[in-house]
Ligand binder design. Structure first.
Ligand code: NDP
Length: 336
């Protein structure tokens, strides 16, 4: 009998999550697979900001979420033989029985790890997984960047932001990033090829943008929301495009009690800005397009895919909490 370990939320909480809000429990899995089912051993688990946001907004416990890469250990599904590597959305657990034919919603789907040409399988929850697709479609479809334009990215040193900035460079744009430490700023400029980066905790954002983007901002990829985004929107050019990807600056706040924000409608009207929020599920049927192009860029050296790896299932909470407070350079993942 296989025993799975999984995290469950034992206390509802306000503010930043704490270790004793979670417990690791054991679950006995059935000895016999039904036709169509596979037994998957988890190898990599993603920790993502949306777990925090969803748990507050929809009162959903964390153990129902998180992408993972795993290997099929037993199979009664000829399309997923033993040894197949799969990406699924099963939460913080180390073994799972699933039926790839039975995903009820887009996020329930199990799919084969895309061909990675020898790259680490962990990319299946990162640059060649949901965060990579988010950067690719959110930026290219909503911002519609043109060569020579100026792009600003917040959360620039994270999983999604670091890819958005590099795609913008591939498309011939000038890229300015905001991140939360001086080391991240240096890393973005020296290692990832951003034209300019700033520590949003220490700079005057408006002054920084006036200096780094004297002709204004054409595209803004917003990972963080809050006041910094209002300041950036005020520096945009006419017909600028804004992809609203996330708002991590408020994920620990109760969504019914958010602080009042700067009034932005006059800016939106007079600059004729297009501001569009999105969820990556919108393009799920096209993810393979993004994956093929992203793998090509990685192989040709145009796209770097840094990861912040935490070892051990028992350290998942620390990885999650550390990611929320900015420990990660690139994608935060856990090696199980
Ligand atoms: P990251 O890898 O960027 O990790 C989160 C980062 O957020 C931290 O490293 C930290 O970096 C930064 N951060 C934490 N608190 C704050 C704050 N108060 N203000 C500004 N930055 C903060 O995560 P992802 O790349 O996975 O996600 C980035 C954003 O994209 C999130 O908002 C997420 O919810 C969103 N997202 C949206 C999707 C969609 O479908 N719309 C899909 C995937 C992600 P720092 O040191 O710079 O502060």
């Amino acid at each position: 009998m296989v025993k799975a370990r999984k995290y469950v939320v034992v206390k509802r909480f306000d503010g930043p999550p704490k270790r004793d809000d979670f417990e690791i429990v054991e679950e006995e899995l059935s000895n016999t697979l039904q036709n169509g089912e596979i037994l998957v051993k988890t190898e990599w688990i993603s920790v993502d900001p949306y777990l925090r946001a969803y748990s507050i907004r929809y009162s959903v416990p964390y153990d129902q979420f998180s992408f993972q890469v795993g290997i099929v250990e037993e199979s009664k599904n000829p399309k997923f033989p033993v040894g197949t590597r799969v990406v699924s959305h099963n939460g913080w657990r180390d073994y799972t029985i699933m039926d790839p034919n039975k995903g009820e919603t887009l996020s329930d789907r199990v799919y084969k790890l895309p061909p990675l040409n020898g790259l680490s399988d962990s990319l299946g929850v990162g640059a060649v997984g949901m965060p990579g697709a988010t950067a690719y479609f959110g930026f290219l479809e909503i911002c519609q960047p043109k060569a020579g334009e100026t792009v600003v990215v917040t959360g620039a040193a994270g999983a999604v932001g670091s890819i958005v900035g590099q795609i913008a460079k591939i498309k011939g744009c000038r890229v300015i990033g905001f991140a939360g430490s001086d080391d991240k700023v240096k890393w973005l400029e020296n290692d990832l090829g951003f034209d300019k980066a700033f520590n949003y905790k220490t700079v005057d954002v408006t002054a920084a943008l006036k200096q780094a983007a004297p002709k204004g901002v054409d595209c803004y990829f917003d990972n963080v929301g809050g006041e910094i985004s209002s300041l950036i929107l005020n520096q945009m050019n006419e017909f600028g495009r804004v992809a609203v990807c996330g708002s991590i600056s408020s994920y620990n706040e109760n969504p019914t009690k958010l602080p009042k924000a700067t009034i932005l409608q006059p800016t939106l009207v007079f600059k004729q800005l297009k501001v569009e929020g999105f969820l990556i599920w919108r393009w799920m049927n096209r993810w393979s397009e993004a994956f093929a192009e992203l793998v090509g860029w990685i192989a040709s050296g145009k796209l770097k895919t840094p990861e912040h790896v935490t070892e051990g299932f028992e350290n998942l909470f620390d990885a999650f909490s550390g990611m929320l407070s900015g420990d990660n350079f690139g994608k935060a993942v856990v090696k199980v």
